[in-house]
Structures are given as C-alpha cells and as structure tokens.
Write a protein that binds this ligand. Structure first.
Ligand code: AMP
Ligand code: MG
Length: 401
C-alpha cells in the first residue's frame, strides 16, 4: 500500500501533467488576499528610490566622525524633502528617518549619539560609511521582478504591490471545486434527520476547506448509494475543475464510487493509502479532471482533504504546494497505535521554544467534536507501535497550511 508521501507525490505529479493555466481576472488590492498572481510584477523604479536615512540624527561624512568630533549643522531634511544643500567637510545636516541622504554625506549618526549646542553637534563615537543608510536600489532595482507569477498574496505581497503601484492586480480565476456527498443515511444539514440518519457535515467542512484555499466550492448535493444516481451526479460534477466526493469508498456492499468512476472511464491512480484515519481514499483522473473519493467519516474526510486534495487545488490554482509544515514536539503522554499505518491523531500542542503535544481522547474518525478541540495532528509513523512520554514526534499545526 502507498505511504501518504508516495500518494501525495502521485497527486502532485499527475496534477502537473494535466495542468493548464486558469483564466485571469483583475482584482483590487483590497480583494487580493489569498489570490494567486497571474504574471510577474516589476519594480516601477529603484527601491529605495534614493539613499534613505533609516534613523533620526545627522547626515555626516563618515571620515569626519570620531569620539568628541564637532560638526557644524547646516540644515535640516525631513522625509519627503528634496535635498538642496550638500554636506561639506566639517559640517552635517539634521536628518529624519525616511529622508534622502544629501550629497556629500555617506552615513547617519543617531541623534542619541550626539549633543547639540546651537549649530554645533558633538559626536560621542565614530561611524562607518553607510551606517543607518539604505542605498538606492539595494532592495530592488527598477524593472526587476518584485513578485513572480504564481505567488499567493499575503499582507506583505499586498504591501509590495501597493509600493510599486501595481494595483489593481491580475490574478488567476478561482478554481471551482465540486463537492458531492454520498450516503443514503445523509440528509442536508438544514434538515431534521430521522432517528438513524445523520446531517451532512462533510459538505460543510469540505466547502470551508476549499474556501480556505481561496477556491470556489460548488455544492453538488448528495448522491444516493446507487450506481445510477452516483453515475449521473459524478458525470455532472465533472464540469467543475476538480471533484471531491465523500463516502462510498470502503469495502461495504453499497460503496460504489470507485466502480462508477471506472464506468465513466476514469484512471484510478490509487484507492488506498497506509494512513489512519483515511485509508480507503481514491484518487482518479476522469475525463481529464482530478477526482478524489474521500472516506465519509468526517475526520477522515478532513485529513485526506488536507493531505491529498490541497496540493491538487494549489497546482490547479497556478501555484505550488509547499512541503507539509511539520513541527517537532515532545509528547506529554505515551500512546500506542497499530503499526503499518501512519496515524494522524487529533492533539493539543503548546507551541513555544520547546513545543509539547498531548494526544486527545477521541472516538475515532467520526469524532468531529474531538477535532474541534485539536490544534494539530500528531503523526505516528508506520514503524512505531508505541511512543513513550517525552519522545519527540512530528505534528502538523492546523491553520498553517
Ligand atoms: P462511508 O465512507 O460512506 O462508509 O461512511 C463512513 C461513515 O461516515 C459512516 O458512518 C457515514 O454515516 C459517515 N458519513 C458519510 N458521509 C457523511 C457526511 N456527508 N457527513 C457526515 N458523515 C458522513
Ligand atoms: Mg456511505
């Protein structure tokens, strides 16, 4: 059986193989958070555009500076001023953070290291050339790439686009991810379930996971556990960019998802991964579209989305999936799990210089409520049956990926 690393690698390579670029659209910077840049953004001028003082103090010739040296102050420059006076030997100009360094000066002495008496400034130390100055173009030269195509906008990228005057920005259109639930027992979460029915929580969590990736969830409702209904609804779902099903992939008599995908001509890339929760997970390419058959147990659905669907949606969105952001933590409480599978257990981490993690009590992969108490997944490798207290393990923080 595939390891989750092998399964992820298969998803990534198959998605690269079928990828074609999404459409683009123009969005205001205010709407760019989380969106993927569709073309390089270049610097419109040098950054900084001038040699910039980064402290309040005096613009000096560094060669003039030493302990107890005195300089005559011949002017003042605040941020936004055009320098007109140059700094001749034996003189200085008072300068504020953000102002352009005047001609003649090559450094800034912090105000804290001076004493002023009228126009005479006494220094208490020498300074080096370039001190407290950021040179023109040292951050980026004009016409060089500031943000490259495929970058996802976070606040710093939004600031960079604003700085270079690139707003509005051209981004890739959001991918449409179809969500189709299966199961005769499943009713819409707005409905009242009968005594042995359950509400469709997977449709809700999957839509949220898709939204969190700045893709567009397309609610396709629910298919009954019959080949005919599944066939019709999967076929309709293939109009989206990627299709995610929940349920119907185990070994039960009414688990038809894989068979129906085959009927529709799908190439099944894998149908099981050595993990718990989430072992019976299907990845197929059907009529050129990626299709994921996630197990129906809600925690399995959440975990397998994050492990396998996420990288696919990243690639479809025009960007690259990063590696899983593991953190090392010491387990507070020992545990033992069935070997041969990688376990992803809901756990509570205390982050800090030496992270600690406690596995939570849970009732298995149907226990949504335990997941709400978890802030990470604790990873138990397949070659381990028991983990002793204080041992180091890997955890996957929630909300980081
Ligand atoms: P399945 O993968 O279809 O065998 O379902 C496994 C378990 O998950 C069963 O207990 C189902 O009732 C439950 N389940 C399936 N689909 C959903 C859903 N959409 N929302 C909540 N639970 C579900
Ligand atoms: Mg089912």
């Amino acid at each position: 059986m595939l390891s989750y690393q092998q399964a992820r690698a298969l998803v990534i390579s198959r998605l690269h193989a079928i990828f074609s670029e999404p459409h683009t659209e123009s969005v205001a910077l205010a709407g760019a958070l989380g969106r993927v840049l569709a073309g390089d953004i270049l610097a419109d001028r040098d950054y900084p555009p001038f040699d910039r003082a980064i402290r309040d103090g005096y613009a000096v010739r560094s060669a003039d500076t030493r302990s107890s040296a005195t300089l005559r102050c011949v002017g003042e420059l605040k941020a936004g001023d055009t320098p007109t006076v140059s700094v001749a030997p034996g003189t200085c100009i008072q300068i504020m953070t953000g102002a352009a360094l005047p001609a003649g000066a090559d450094a800034v002495v912090m105000i804290e290291h001076t004493q002023r008496n009228g126009d005479i400034i006494q220094l208490d130390r020498a300074c080096k050339p370039g001190q407290h100055v950021v040179l023109r173009a040292s951050e980026q030269a004009a016409n060089q790439i500031v943000l490259s195509k495929g970058t996802r906008f976070s606040f710093s990228e939004i600031a960079a686009a604003a700085q270079v005057g690139a707003a509005p920005v051209t981004v890739f259109a959001k991918r449409r991810v179809g969500i189709l639930s299966t199961g005769d027992e499943v009713v819409d979460f707005t409905a009242s379930p009968g005594p042995f029915q359950i509400r469709n929580s997977n449709a809700a969590s999957l839509a949220a996971q898709v939204q969190a990736m700045h893709a567009e969830p397309i609610a396709l409702g629910k298919a009954q556990d019959s080949r005919e209904d599944l066939h019709a609804k999967i076929a309709a779902g293939l109009l989206t960019d990627a299709l995610v099903l929940s349920g119907g992939v185990s070994a039960g008599k009414y688990d038809f998802v894989e068979a129906v995908l085959r009927d529709l001509g799908a190439e099944i890339i894998f149908d099981a991964v050595a993990i718990r929760p989430g072992k019976p997970v299907v990845f197929a390419i059907c009529q050129g579209k990626p299709v994921f058959g996630l197990p129906g147990n809600p925690v399995s659905t959440m975990v397998t989305f994050d492990l396998f669907v996420r990288p696919a949606v990243e690639i479809l969105s025009g960007t690259e999936p990063g590696p899983l952001p593991f953190i090392e933590a010491a387990v507070v409480k020992g545990l033992s799990e069935k070997p041969g599978l990688t376990h992803f257990l809901p756990a509570k981490a205390e982050y800090g210089a030496h992270p600690l993690v406690t596995p939570l009590v849970w009732q298995g992969s149907g226990d949504i409520i335990a997941m709400t108490r978890a802030n990470c997944l604790l990873v138990v490798p397949p070659d381990r049956e028991t983990i002793e207290p204080n041992e180091r393990v890997q955890i996957l923080p929630r909300g980081l990926w």
